[in-house]
Design a protein around this ligand. Sequence first.
Ligand SMILES: *Cc1c(COP(=O)(O)O)cnc(C)c1O
Length: 356
Amino acid sequence: MSRFLNKKYEALEAYVPGEQPRGMEYIKLNTNESPYPPPPAVLDAVSREELEKLRLYSDPECAELKQALADSYGLERKNVFVSNGSDDILNFAFMAFGADGAVFPDVTYGFYKVFCALHGIPFAPIPLTEQFEIDPQDYFGAQRMIAIANPNAPTGIALPLAQIERIVQENAEHVVLIDEAYVDFGAQSAVGLIKKYDNLLVVHTYSKSRSMAGARLGFAFGAAGLIEDLERIKFSTNPYSVNRMTRAAGTAALCGSAAAYYREKCALIAKTRDELRERLLALGMEVLPSLANFVFARCAAVDGETVYQQLKQRGILVRHFSTPRIRDYNRITIGTPAQCDALVLAMQEIMKEKQQ
Ligand SMILES: *Cc1c(COP(=O)(O)O)cnc(C)c1O
């Protein structure tokens, strides 16, 4: 830290992203990326012609991309916001809507509390139930901005749409942000509700189900007023936050053939997930019921940190969090079936060694 840093950032604890190893080849099951590449339409979209246009700024309105998103979700362009990854959008949303404070679960995406700290937003974590579930009633009448990841991370557990709707109804004077980063793997989306409620913001990303984590593209749906508020903040920081290559790739990812490819891959990942869960349960592990592209699992005999280390020694990276309530667990991204086989084999060895 230099002596020049603004005092208000001295105590800021930045978000720690999952490891992105260089060098040694790991089976990488730690940051919920897709194990499958983007479809051909996306690869072809970043053409030489497109690259030649790099001398020009990208379209700050992102009109074409927004229209394509609006068309795919049956909405209007004024209901769509896009920016550089959904983290960017979450940041803007906390800035825009967090004036009265924010609430979110005690166990959820670790970035929410970082945004609150960054912007001086008071926040109150609401404990999940014993079963790591969200009790909707805990959010009724919150009188603050609410942020809920659905499915939640790192648990993978999803709330049914009717319960999300109740939370939106019972907090009508504040924004309810539903972070649907993992919704394409089997949960119910709240996108259909945005026409009905002016306080609902639904945030999506290309990083997980669309195999484009490295492109940095997120989008959000909400009433036109909410989108205008987000645009105001985006245009006060970086109007060009979506670059030309990403805009081209992101638009191509919505075409018919790409959409069919993603549906197939999401179904495959969901099937691999359900099989992996069964296999880990059969080993005697505890695995929360996930509708995301990861499972959250613990093993009674070996603590979470040791499981993480032992898997890493065997060339498999998973995500471990050291926060007290979840330190016995690891979050395991769903890879290809072969990668999941390797994980099950490694877990078998780790648990057997412990018994000896
Ligand atoms: C991965 C993730 C994001 C971030 O996605 P980006 O679009 O890559 O910034 C947002 N919310 C949750 C819950 C996530 O797990």
